[in-house]
Design a protein around this ligand. Structure first.
Ligand code: ADP
Length: 261
């Protein structure tokens, strides 16, 4: 009854070893997964509503200033560009929420096909170039690939790399390069290395968890709802791949994705 009323923390004491105990155990594990599910839903709503607030307030402010004629003609283009940046933030967030709900659908599956990884990676880097140039962060690609193609889901591969690159950019200062290295000596490996602020050792084990954000005050400035890396990990694992991260605070971080196919 308590669980059906939403008190998911409720557990049944197990005091026997018979089939009633089995039933109690099943009930407890159901309550635990309901509790976790409920927590994730709550976090999603809290984080999304928090992250919606800043861009909307900013856009509202710019629009008010424009309609009141408070912005000189020479500053109008700049103001529109700032508004576009805020709209892009909102779109990126919406796309993360969409992917998250897609990943939760039981019918979700990846569609792999032979992919020219070097070519695909070059295209992704080209797509990110304007953002890197705007922040003066050099973006470098090293390819040591020997095979022409690898079995991957092109759209998902793009999403994995875009998320890793946008994080690398977010935490990098101007003139600190981000280097992408592709190798396939044993397995296909994609390494994204930045020379940015790094991740504190205490946070490193948790960064792939949904809604985990290292150092709240720091990440508040950079925005995001804390699901980018959780999405990356789920997409990598859907390919039966693996992702690891190493980092030193003040020196930078390296994310390594390996696909066994
Ligand atoms: P978001 O970027 O939306 O906060 P992510 O899941 O992409 O969420 O990342 C989780 C946390 O890991 C971030 O809040 C940030 O603290 C940390 N992080 C991720 N990538 C990097 C990076 N390249 N350099 C430093 N910190 C990072």
């Amino acid at each position: 009854k308590a669980i059906s009323l939403g008190r998911y923390e409720q557990r049944v004491p197990i005091e026997s070893t018979d089939e009633l105990a089995d039933l109690s155990e099943s009930l407890n594990s159901m309550a635990e997964s309901l509790q976790r599910h409920h927590y994730l839903q709550e976090q999603l709503i809290t984080n999304v509503s928090h992250e919606l607030a800043t861009p909307l307030t900013n856009i509202g402010g710019y629009l008010e200033a424009l309609t009141d004629g408070m912005i000189e003609d020479s500053k109008r283009t700049e103001t529109f560009a700032l508004m576009k940046e805020e709209v892009d933030r909102l779109s990126a967030m919406l796309s993360e929420v969409r992917t998250l709900s897609l990943l939760e659908q039981p019918q979700f599956h990846i569609k792999t096909a032979p992919l020219d990884v070097k070519d695909a990676t070059e295209k992704i880097l080209k797509q990110m170039e304007p953002q890197f140039e705007a922040k003066k962060v050099p973006l470098i690609l090293h390819s040591e690939l020997t095979k022409e193609s690898h079995h991957l889901d092109k759209d998902r591969y793009t999403q994995i790399l875009l998320n890793l690159l946008s994080n690398a950019l977010k935490y990098s200062a101007p003139e600190h390069p981000v280097v992408v290295t592709l190798t396939d000596k044993k397995v296909l490996t994609i390494e994204v290395k930045d020379h940015g602020e790094g991740i504190p050792a205490k946070d490193l084990p948790y960064i792939f968890e949904r809604f985990y954000r290292a150092d709240q005050s720091r990440t508040r400035k950079t925005g995001g709802i804390g699901v980018g890396l959780a999405i990356v990990k789920e997409l990598v694992e859907a390919h039966s791949g693996r992702i690891t991260a190493t980092s030193t605070e003040g020196t930078g971080s390296t994310f390594t994705v390996s696909f066994s196919s």
